[in-house]
Write a protein of this length. Structure first.
Length: 399
């Protein structure tokens, strides 16, 4: 995208060059087969040397050159919007890799806590077996559950290493590093501040004004309109202006020949028939304009659905998180109660395993939903075209 922006800037320089005259130097040497003279006058010299300078400028009476220059400027703006779109998508990919790494880290913490709980349960089952208050089956079940938890811990460690490697590759991080959670509160109202419409409609309205892809396609539509005018300019004549300085030497020199000339030429060129080329050029330009219009409308419709989808997903996840927090709290209290009951012989090993499984499952679901919630908020900001602006603004404040 950056190279495309550079190419657009070079294209502007090329378009500007057509507005400036061309200065060139020329020279030639002509040698004839023989020298011809008549009554003391040289009709054909032995050879002739010519050199000089030429200044040329041509332009269409329709102003095609100015239209082409305006197109080149608009292409720079479009390329800049395309670059912003790529940057926004890149930031979102980094955020996705970051939250995947946080999920893996949280899963590792949950797995480690699970191993710790099951280790205590195994020890408790062993003590109860020694005093005759538990069976060997209870101890074997506790050991089996612990072994399974330890294998999950190993998987979690490897998954964290992989997630960190992917994040390092995406963000360009070198060397070893650690990640920490910086979950700032989600301010959903800030995306629709100052708007009197509903939240979703406000988000759509802001998206149409801020989204880089929409700006780029809008600029592409403007370029297509100028390209239609540029193609229609082929129907207009072309005016050319030439200024020439010529120096000539003949051997032998003629008596009445001029050694130096300065003259100008004004030409008007108007092709009446060119096989339908101009009509084809105009039709092609109009077709490209219709393509740009259709693409812009289709993009707006798609992005509107995308914004609404992310907004509803964010609201849904917010409600799910509240329920999952309650589930984790209840599951933890349930596990603690069942563990005490097992200690005093009021519950068996299966009850402890069920309570532990319920707790681990609830903790994993809560962690995943929380990180998905933060990522969904970033996706919504990306969809509304404000993610890059927010990141740049926060970096300026931090600096």
């Amino acid at each position: 995208a950056e190279e495309e922006l550079y190419i657009s800037k070079v294209g502007k320089q090329k378009a500007a060059a057509t507005l400036l005259p061309t200065l060139s130097a020329f020279g030639d040497h002509t040698r004839y087969s023989e020298e011809k003279n008549r009554t003391g006058f040289t009709l054909q010299p032995k050879y002739t040397n010519q050199w000089g300078l030429r200044l040329d400028q041509s332009f269409s009476l329709s102003g095609r050159e100015m239209t082409g220059y305006r197109i080149s400027r608009d292409r720079i703006v479009k390329s800049d919007f395309d670059l912003s779109a790529v940057k926004g998508e890149y930031l979102l990919s980094i955020a996705s890799a970051y939250y995947d790494a946080l999920k893996s880290k949280k899963t590792l913490e949950i797995a480690a806590a699970n191993v710790k709980r099951l280790t205590k349960h195994r020890d408790a089952a062993g003590i109860r077996l020694e005093v005759g208050k538990a069976t060997r089956t209870d101890l074997l079940r506790a050991k089996a559950e612990l072994a399974g938890a330890q294998s999950e811990l190993i998987k979690a460690e490897n998954n964290l290493r992989l997630a960190k490697a992917i994040l390092a590759r995406t963000a360009g991080i070198t060397g070893d590093y650690d990640i920490r959670e910086d979950s700032r509160p989600v301010d959903l109202d800030s995306l629709s501040a100052g708007c009197e419409l509903s939240a979703v409609e406000c988000l759509k309205e802001r998206t149409f004004a801020e989204r880089a892809e929409i700006k780029a396609l809008t600029m592409q539509k403007n370029i297509a309109e100028d390209e239609v005018r540029y193609a229609k300019g082929l129907y207009w004549p072309t005016l050319s202006v030439e200024g020439v300085y010529l120096r000539e030497e003949n051997e032998p020199s003629a008596t009445f020949s001029l050694d130096e000339r300065i003259y100008g030429v004004l030409k008007l060129d108007f092709p009446f028939f060119e096989g339908g080329l101009r009509r084809a050029e105009v039709r092609e330009a109009k077709a490209k304009l219709r393509q740009a219009q259709y693409s812009l409308q289709d993009l707006k419709d798609s992005i509107a659905v995308e914004v609404e989808n992310y907004y509803l997903d964010l609201i849904t996840q917010s409600g799910i998180i509240a329920m999952l927090k309650a589930e984790v709290e209840y599951s933890r209290d349930n596990y603690n109660a069942v563990s005490k009951q097992f200690k005093y012989g009021l519950a068996d090993s299966i009850d402890v395993m069920d309570a532990n499984t319920l707790l681990v499952t609830a903790e994993k679901e809560l962690a995943n939903e929380e990180y998905n919630y933060y990522l969904a908020f970033l996706k919504l900001k990306r969809a509304t075209g404000t993610l890059l602006e927010t990141v740049v603004g926060e970096n300026q404040i931090d600096n």
